[in-house]
Design a protein around this ligand. Structure first.
Ligand SMILES: NC(=O)c1ccc[n+]([C@@H]2O[C@H](COP(=O)([O-])OP(=O)(O)OC[C@H]3O[C@@H](n4cnc5c(N)ncnc54)[C@H](OP(=O)(O)O)[C@@H]3O)[C@@H](O)[C@H]2O)c1
Length: 260
């Protein structure tokens, strides 16, 4: 039987790269995208060295542009003739844009990448998956439901992604296509490597689990949702957030100390 095929967007580094590695490790063929062709090719070379048995396809795609989305999915169909899982990982993070400094251009840029891009990628994925069924996993965020400052456009875009997920789960179920959202909390990325140990410790102390998710932790949950391991899970939000979102007050591990 042909190997299954996954497409992970924005996967040349951080979480997306770990998701690509996980599917390759499980024996799938893997397509990845970057807005930059050269970065996609370079990431494919790294992955190919680690997984010589896997076929990889690197795609240059800025998902703000629907013509680029259509071109990327056409290449996947041409190369593999199937798509079993689609992971919408790419996102414009838009950090430090608040109610006052968010310009119309920034708002559009975030919405075009995160909402429009995620939707039209999912639409193209579903067009290919119609033949065989499949699974769509949209990477969302705790910011969809809770707030810190400077994330107004990003948070709005992730809330839209959650709503989009529910609609598509209902609409695509009869085709054997499942759609779920992975609600991520803090994930270790290259950005964590640039912060001081003091900040890292402070951040970790705020999480009930005591640490941020490793990209591999997110990848494990995405693989669960994206593969046959979860055949009847659709329309759901799976949270992998170190316990951040169930914490009513700023977390303090000393709450747990037994009373004298
Ligand atoms: N890191 C966290 O703590 C955290 C927490 C909750 C949720 N998440 C979500 O998890 C996913 C991965 O996050 P990450 O921190 O690992 O991300 P990241 O690597 O910083 O970003 C993902 C990739 O998206 C692509 N991208 C960025 N802006 C884009 C745009 N305007 N249009 C198209 N592609 C764009 C970039 O790839 P190219 O530059 O190669 O195009 C980037 O590498 C995202 O959906 C994010 O919202 C992250």
């Amino acid at each position: 039987m042909d190997k299954k095929v996954v497409f992970v967007t924005g996967a040349v580094r951080n979480t997306g790269y770990a998701i690509a590695q996980r599917f390759a490790k499980e024996g799938w063929n893997v397509c990845i995208s970057s807005r930059d062709d050269a970065s996609a090719s370079e990431a494919v070379a790294r992955l190919q060295a680690e997984f010589p048995q896997t076929e990889f396809l690197g795609l240059g795609m800025d998902q703000s542009y629907v013509d680029q989305i259509h071109a990327a999915f056409a290449k996947i169909e041409e190369r593999f003739g199937r798509l079993d899982a689609f992971v919408a990982n790419a996102a414009h993070l838009a950090v430090d844009y608040n109610t006052f400094n968010t310009t119309p251009e920034m708002w559009d840029s975030v919405m075009n990448a995160n909402v429009r891009g995620t939707f039209f990628c999912s639409q193209s994925a579903a067009e290919i998956m119609k033949k065989t069924g499949g699974s769509i996993v949209l990477i969302s965020s705790v910011h969809a439901n809770q707030s810190i400052t400077g994330r107004v456009a990003y948070s709005s875009s992730k809330a839209a992604i959650n709503a989009m997920m529910r609609c598509m789960a209902v609409e695509l179920g009869y085709l054997g296509i499942r759609v779920n959202a992975l609600i991520a909390g803090a994930i270790w990325t290259e950005r964590w490597a640039t912060q001081s140990e003091e900040i890292t410790s402070k951040r970790r102390a705020q999480y009930p689990a005591g640490k941020e998710s490793a990209p591999e932790d997110i990848a494990a949950a995405v693989y669960f949702l994206g593969s046959d391991q979860s055949p009847t899970i659709t329309g759901t939000e799976m949270t992998v957030d170190s316990g951040i979102s169930v914490c009513l007050l700023p977390y303090n591990k000393n709450w747990n100390q037994p009373k004298e």
